[in-house]
Design a binder for this molecule. Sequence first.
Ligand code: BES
Ligand code: ZN
Ligand code: ZN
Length: 487
Amino acid sequence: MNIYTKNIRENECVCDALILPSVEGLSGKRKDLLASVSALLGKISPSEFQGKKNELLLVPSPADIRPKRILFVGLGKKEDINPEGVRQAGGKALALLRNSGISAVALSTATLSDLNMSPAYFVEGALLGLYTYDRYKKEKETKAVRALTILTQPTKALGDHLKTVTALASGVSFARDLVNAPSNDMTPSDMARVALSLKGKNIAVRVLEKKACERLGMGSYLSVSKGSAEPPKFIVLEYKGARKAPVVLIGKSVTFDSGGINIKPSDGLEKMKYDMAGGAAVLGIMKSAASLNLPVSLVGILPATENLPGGNATRPGDIVRSIDGTTIEIINTDAEGRLTLADALGYAKKYKPSAIIDIATLTGACSIALGNETVAMMGTDRGLIETLRQSADFTNEKVWEMPLYEEYREYLKSDVADIKNIGGKTGSLVTSACFLKEFAGDTPWVHLDIAGTAWTEKDKPYTPKGASGIGVRLIVDGILRSLRRTS
Ligand code: BES
Ligand code: ZN
Ligand code: ZN
């Protein structure tokens, strides 16, 4: 969809539909509307449209104006309207217009500007909500909104904001595509190929093969891949937008998690293709950051592997040695994500990072605790945690901090090794992070468990069913927020 900004009057805009965002209860008394549209609104009964949040009404327009139709979209009560509400309105409105086969649309900005809301939020929701995944369908979706014209004076501030939301939406769509792809077309080698496609003037990409990982002593990560015929790929991306210590982003990239020898039950097993959503988010973030030319230094690490059973697979009880020399007793081969992240955290240290954020579909316990709405956050750096909390409020990629008290370390005591990879049934969301903390050491670090939020079973206002692409908007906003603070 192309986005244009044009300073013309609503009645003069030649388009298939004019979108009129409307505040609840104020619909009948709007002075900003053209007389004929106002009269039209006067004829609409409250049972048809009241302006409630995400309420939609598409009607033919009065004969004296150029837009062919009008789409009223409810924003809800004036005092409750915020950027997230505007994003949701954008997502709902554009999905309806697309599904109605409408191609060229315009957005009235009078109400938004009264509310001090940038129309770019509406565009953000629109771009995110229009996402579809039909790569494997014979019949492709042919309906598409081709142009969205924002009816307002073009300004530098609006232009910049539109660039930001466009870069974010394409980072999110990129991540969603990778996560929606089936595991047979998203192997570790495929992930490496995708990462290499991001190589460019400010992104460098390296892929460490199994041999190199062996030489570095990544026994923990490599143990996960042993049951699979697909070779592991340890993928490293560097984005240099500034000469400072980098922030390292680590994304869990298990391209299929069968559980290994501790094999999972078959119900819902096909969903374990999304166990690489953390890695996909990291790629989406790198792509967005580079296209926005952010003045930061980022390193992305994706320890990609499959987790399958097989004659050579790791057995429960096996002891492996991680990159930093720590021995790990593998009690359960299904707790494989943390084994891959342990070596990625160890490897990250060589960059002397200012901070490490890992993002991972790490535990089923995360969705038991928080359902499908909220990311679990744990870490060692109050500043970083606070920044991400603010980003969560702003982006609506919700996070909730769980406690990481040192008492939990006992749960991971092994009789034969330095640590074991699970801490038992109770507290398993926290003990998974506690395991990671051991490898993060003194580096400021935050862990985000996205097991409950990386996939959605139902359509949300701007997140269609399937891969959500969670983490991209949250973390890019975190980066933008820390930049604003230091400049
Ligand atoms: N990939 C899973 C976690 C997961 C579960 C992600 C459901 C998305 C949806 C992870 O590797 C796993 O299997 N974790 C185990 C850990 C357990 C063995 C301690 C779990 O949560 O059951
Ligand atoms: Zn697992
Ligand atoms: Zn897993």
